[in-house]
Write a protein that binds this ligand. Sequence first.
Ligand code: LLP
Length: 431
Amino acid sequence: MILPPHLSIRDGHLFIGEHDTVDLAGRFGTPLYVTDENRIRENYRRLADALSARYPKVQVLYAAKANGNLAILRILAGMGAGADVFSAGELDLALQAGMRPEVLLFNGSSKSPRDLALAVATDVRVSVDSLDELSQLNAAAASAGKTVEIAFRVNPAIEVPTHPKIATGLATSKFGIPAGQVLDAYREALACSNVRPVGIHCHIGSQILEVEPFARETAVLIDLARDLADIGVPLEFIDIGGGLGVPYRRGIDRAPTPEEYADAVMPVFTAGVKELGIEPALWVEPGRSLVGDSTILLTRVNSVKEAHRTFANVDAGFNLLARPAMYDSYHEVVAANRADSPAEREYTIAGPICETGDLLAKDRKLPALSAGDLIAVLDAGAYGFAMSSQYNGRPRCPEALVRDGDVALMRRAETIDDLITTMTTPAWQEE
Ligand code: LLP
């Protein structure tokens, strides 16, 4: 296994940045998410630089759904990122992190009247997903006496090599307006009194390890931009979404570099806008590629059981990292307190949840494990804590952030009290 540069093994212990994971687990307890701030900064800088070197007007909108901790959003806000937000909660977090409304895009295929009113009130751009939504948004803006800037989310009908549950640009997907209908949608928007179409938006899927689908997607958007120029839509941004994958199988998977991504997308984009004589900003919405590899999940072995397989039963399950159970996702695991011992046995890492599918990793060669050992699950920064739950009555674990020699919690552990704090007692149950 090839570790990413911010992870290392020193005297048999896994380190994240300058921090011994064994000490972190001792200090904060397990399970524990640990994120390396510098890694997020590097990931952001490399992508932003690769794109900006090829076109002057680039804006990164971090996909807040990947990891919505305010500390993470603050890091990215400080570097100039805006955000793709998918809910009132994500919008609030992005604003609290200091992101400017003009670089926030309120996405989503099912926005409520409250969501639309909030978008109007906060002056963010809205990615509109249907004609029904368009007329509701126009009415909301009119009643507030405002004009809202919008893009339409296009469904480009593009197949992508990823898990079907995270391919979003298929013709059959619930997202976006079919490319063949989108021109009429813009005509309708132009006729709306309180909506101003200024962008076009697309997102084809997630965990994509090839660049070619992004180039095809960009070509679809450029073709549409040509049609939009004909009908008089002044395009201020073209948003190609996120989707760049990370190499979860370290040493086996190969993820495109930011430069390779830029090299695939930018020639299509720059040639297209040059031909059209327009200079829209290029917006991108990366989530996983910025935060995925920045974070590990530390989990303690509670017991080892020899059965049909050898199970290492740990204290984190799909309540904290849903990806393996939900998408059969692969995450590398490291025996963090004996990381340089020979891998001599196969273990299946099983969580504490009362479901057969609660396995974090299957049949992995690891050093001989026993109760008390520490396991690190790698590449858990995207859609990890963000998709966690309190299932089985388990409070969520804390999240720590490290930067150089510093370490701090960026979320405290939930307690049993937190499980019941939102519950209320129906009157007829009161004594
Ligand atoms: N933009 C839009 C409109 C999106 O829906 C998403 C992700 C992104 C950007 C960011 O995509 P990324 O760069 O992170 O691939 N829970 C799944 C992934 C769901 C992705 C949802 N949309 C997983 O754990 O693999």
